[in-house]
Design a binder for this molecule. Structure first.
Ligand code: NAD
Length: 297
């Protein structure tokens, strides 16, 4: 049997490539365009993507030899699962590889936004010393609402409760109350989480049910001065409603790693002075990428 041909469309850490090369012929094309992919995908037995490449129904149609589509990371929202099933292609991901990286970024975003670290740094770089303008708040003893209590949500909860003695409220309708309690959260209905949290962080997938789960109605139910963090998926927050809530002071600050449209370009949410943004870097640590590469290979 001839060796499998594997196409890497978004790059892969060297450790993963080395594992693949032991058994397969590997083509690394990290800047391949959607049109080029359609032209060449018919030659490959497996394709491995990260977040950039979309494996659409048209790609599956053209991929006559394809047996496996892999995502080096968690979300498989860039792989059309229905088309994969229809063409008998197995879809695999590396769900645990990036948990710690995203959880640590979430904690970093919480601290950065509550202490305005990035704005303080920017003023220092302009040779200013605005000590009195930067009065933040503390995490310790506050209540953290976690929406989506899976791997990342529960890891954030553990870090927040161990390091900052935060009280954890958790909403996750797909888990039992026992599962949430075992993972260190107090299970609460959605509205109770909104009303009772000083900080709210989201760790759920984007689905038809979760799209705009934080909308104007949800913001209205929150405490005044609540702080929002999102390193899940763009689209779970209604960004226009968030900007309105920031403008009236309902939300004190927001820290976002993900956006409804990526890259978001110039827009009200990114340019808002009470919002800090990172360009979807949740999984971007050396360790997470190496783990993801090894798992998927
Ligand atoms: P997970 O599957 O372990 O957890 C997701 C949880 O969301 C599950 O427990 C599920 O029951 C829950 N959920 C589903 N629908 C819900 C709803 N309507 N309301 C509340 N909870 C709901 O996944 P994970 O590994 O913890 O990842 C969480 C999210 O983080 C995913 O969306 C993933 O794409 C995202 N992510 C982002 C980055 C990044 O770079 N920022 C990196 C990795 C993962």
């Amino acid at each position: 049997m001839s060796a499998w041909k594997v196409l890497l469309t978004d790059g892969l850490e060297e450790n993963g490539q080395a594992i693949l090369r032991e058994k397969a012929e590997v083509d690394n094309c990290p800047t391949i365009s959607a049109e080029e992919l359609l032209q060449v995908v018919g030659e490959y037995d497996a394709v491995i993507v990260r977040g950039r490449t979309k494996i659409t129904p048209a790609v599956f149609e053209a991929a006559k030899k394809l047996k496996v589509a892999g995502r080096a990371g968690v979300g498989v929202d860039n792989i059309n699962l229905e088309a994969a099933k229809a063409h008998g292609v197995t879809v695999v991901n590396s769900p645990t590889a990036t948990t710690i990286a995203v959880a640590e970024l979430t904690i970093g975003l919480m601290l950065a936004s509550v202490r305005e670290i990035q704005r303080a740094d920017a003023t220092m770089k302009q040779n200013q010393w605005l000590k009195k303008q930067f009065k933040g708040a503390e995490l310790t003893g506050k209540t953290l609402g976690v929406i989506g209590f899976g791997r990342i949500g529960a890891t954030v909860a553990k870090m927040a409760s161990c390091a900052f003695e935060m009280k954890i409220l958790a909403y996750d309708p797909l888990l039992t109350n026992e599962q949430i309690s075992e993972r260190g959260g107090t299970p609460v209905p959605f509205d109770e989480l909104l009303a009772g949290s000083d900080f709210i962080t989201l760790h759920l997938p984007l689905t038809s049910e979760t799209r705009n789960i934080l909308n104007a109605e949800a913001f209205a139910k929150m405490k005044d001065g609540v702080r929002i963090v999102c390193a899940a998926r763009g689209g779970v927050i209604d960004e226009d409603a968030l900007v309105d809530a920031l403008n009236i002071g309902k939300v004190a600050s927001a820290a976002l790693d993900v956006f409804a449209s990526e890259p978001p370009g110039e827009c009200a949410v990114v340019s808002h002075p009470k919002v800090i943004c990172t360009p979807h870097i949740g999984a971007q640590t050396e360790e997470a990428q190496a783990r993801a590469a090894e798992d998927i290979a």
